[in-house]
Design a protein around this ligand. Structure first.
Ligand SMILES: *[C@@H]1O[C@H](CO)[C@@H](O)[C@H](O)[C@H]1NC(C)=O
Length: 378
């Protein structure tokens, strides 16, 4: 007798668990598919971590949860900044940077509060704008430091905010240009931040004008450049991916000109090309599970990527020598290797490319190199 209701309860909880169990992975797959900034495992982990997700039955409910998670993270980060600021041994420039971060995280908090409200009322276009405002904050904060004490937090928040942004995209097919909004938002954040500083710390205004601004400018080389190229090619270059790409290379923080970013970008693209070639030759071609068709496709890809290295090298040299036509044609040729490799697998029906992710990553890195080439040409 007693066992019966227990049995029913477990069936119910099992059913609701199963439902959530497929809703979250499905939604995360969709998000990851359209946004390279978000990692699938992160998306699933973070949504599952919220108790509310167990009973969520719609994408909109998960979206609200993601806004709430972002919101609570802004508070966690603000309190961490408060703790860091109490350190008496704090370097003065880090202190300024922390204060700046604190100011912009406050803006992010307001954005997400408003965004959550808009999201719940179904105004996805407004929620999208708000999430867009929040998503740039961690990058802006990261670039305030030479050695950021908030890297982990910034990265975590970046992904969370990106997920919220993706939910708004998922629920409405919004076509306003996000970068357009980013510009306005940056100006707003900076002006309100400097206004507050001036008001609260009269004596610091000179420091801001003569020290912080030029410093911020150097740190913003990456964000500015990424803004420019993502605006020029919004289809292929995501601002966040671009900043993250440069952020992955410590040389970016020291870069003082676009030329140096060009070197870094070509280096990253070449390294990817090299790593794909070695994955093919050292791992995939040694795997007996591939049939003769797949093996020959893999060999084609290996050749493409080896030749691509030469194209990138020659392209970079041509660019430095001012020979733009050669630079453009070599870099474009190198860029095509990603899609070309992918296509070799499509020649046989039902064949699945084992390199889809790699080809896609390479392509996006190479697009950045090509866009920078175009940028320098102008
Ligand atoms: C990229 O730069 C590093 C450091 O300068 C260098 O060791 C490496 O060989 C470069 N990679 C390529 C593929 O050019």
């Amino acid at each position: 007798m007693i066992q019966f209701p227990f049995f029913l309860i477990s069936i119910f909880s099992l059913l609701s668990l199963l439902n959530a169990a497929s809703l979250i992975p499905d939604t995360c797959s969709e998000i990851v598919h359209s946004d390279r900034n978000v990692e699938y495992d992160f998306c699933v982990k973070v949504l599952v971590s919220d108790p509310g997700s167990a009973t969520a039955t719609t994408v909109a409910q998960l979206g609200s949860i993601s806004f709430q998670l972002g919101l609570s993270e802004t508070k966690t980060i603000s309190s961490k900044i408060g703790t860091l600021l109490q350190d008496p041994k704090l370097d003065p420039s880090d202190k300024d940077a922390l204060k700046s971060c604190s100011g912009i995280y406050l803006e992010a908090q307001k954005d997400l509060e408003e965004g959550l409200k808009a999201f719940k009322s179904g105004d996805y276009s407004k929620a999208n704008k708000m999430a867009n405002g929040a998503v740039i904050v961690p990058t802006a904060c990261e670039f305030m430091f030479a050695q950021s004490p908030l890297s982990k937090e910034n990265d975590y928040f970046f992904q969370l905010a990106a997920i919220s942004l993706d939910f708004t995209d998922l629920l409405s097919k919004i076509t306003i240009s996000p970068t357009q909004y980013l510009d306005l938002k940056l100006v707003f954040i900076c002006s309100s931040f400097f206004y507050k500083m001036e008001y609260n710390y009269m004596s610091q205004i000179f420091i801001i004008l003569f020290v912080a601004l030029p410093l911020a400018k150097a740190r913003n080389l990456v964000t500015d450049t990424c803004m420019k190229i993502s605006k020029a090619d919004p289809e292929n270059i995501k601002y966040g991916f671009c900043v993250k790409t440069f952020g992955s290379d410590p040389r970016s923080t020291k870069a003082s000109s676009v030329d140096e970013l060009v070197d870094i970008s070509f280096n990253l693209t070449s390294s990817k090309s090299k790593s794909i070639t070695s994955t093919i030759n050292q791992v995939l071609l040694k795997d007996p599970k591939f049939d003769p068709f797949a093996r020959s496709a893999l060999e084609t890809c290996s050749d493409l990527y080896s030749d691509g290295l030469d194209d990138l090298q020659t392209g970079l040299e041509a660019l430095k020598g001012g020979d733009f036509p050669t630079a453009m044609s070599r870099v474009s040729a190198a860029l095509d290797n990603g899609p070309d490799c992918e296509d070799t697998f499509k020649e046989k029906e039902g064949e699945v490319s084992p390199l889809t992710k790699e080809n896609d990553e390479y392509f996006h890195l190479a697009v950045i190199s090509l866009s920078l080439t175009v940028l320098l040409k102008k």
